[in-house]
Structures are given as structure tokens and as C-alpha cells.
Design a protein around this ligand. Structure first.
Ligand SMILES: [Zn+2]
Length: 106
């Protein structure tokens, strides 16, 4: 596993904003708050967006917008996988992050 905490390539700032865009795809533009430079753009896979604490209704809307409603059971399963999987994966990142950034997270 590789872990990387993003920073601005122009001014090295870690003060970044995520701009979420939904048109035919779901995208995240990362912009530097200090110099306004574009840092990165992500394109999400369908169903790939998980918003912590937002619950099943929000997840359902996101699946619908991605055009991916199969069966209710399937969606329920997907939600629990996304929720448990994402929260768990994030928790598992904490130790390797501490090891990589021993003076504290940037
Ligand atoms: Zn910058």
C-alpha cells in the first residue's frame, strides 16, 4: 500500500479544497486555497462516492444518478459494503499514516 497526503505542486500548501462536480460523470477537482492552482482531478467510478454519515437515502440517490439501480437487496448490500468498507479502510490507514508521518500528519 502507498499512502500520500496531497499538497499543491505550485506553492507546497496543504490548504486544499475539494470541488465536487456532477455532470455526465462525478468528478472532484482539488484546488489550492492559497494560490488557487489546480492540484488534481479525480473521476469517480459509478457508486464510488461515499459521504460519511449521510446514510442510506443519500447513497440511494447517488446510485440512482449513476443509473445503477438493480434490485433493492443489491442496493442495500452495496450500501453496507460501502459504509463498512470505507469506514474500516479509513481506520486501517491511521497506523501506516502515523508511521509515515511521525512528526504528525501534515
Ligand atoms: Zn498553491
Amino acid at each position: 500500500m502507498e499512502i500520500h497526503i496531497q499538497k499543491c505542486q505550485q506553492c507546497k500548501s496543504r490548504n486544499l479544497r475539494n470541488i465536487l462536480v456532477r455532470d455526465e460523470k462525478q468528478k472532484v477537482f482539488v484546488q489550492c486555497r492559497d494560490c488557487d492552482a489546480l492540484v488534481a482531478r479525480y473521476i469517480l467510478t459509478p457508486g464510488g462516492y461515499f459521504h460519511a454519515g449521510k446514510g442510506f437515502e443519500s447513497f440511494l440517490r447517488s446510485i440512482e444518478r449513476d443509473g445503477g439501480l438493480t434490485s433493492a437487496r443489491n442496493v442495500d448490500e452495496q450500501f453496507h459494503q460501502a459504509e463498512d468498507g470505507t469506514v474500516e479502510e479509513f481506520a486501517e490507514l491511521q497506523q501506516p499514516l502515523k508511521e509515515k508521518y511521525q512528526g504528525g500528519l501534515p
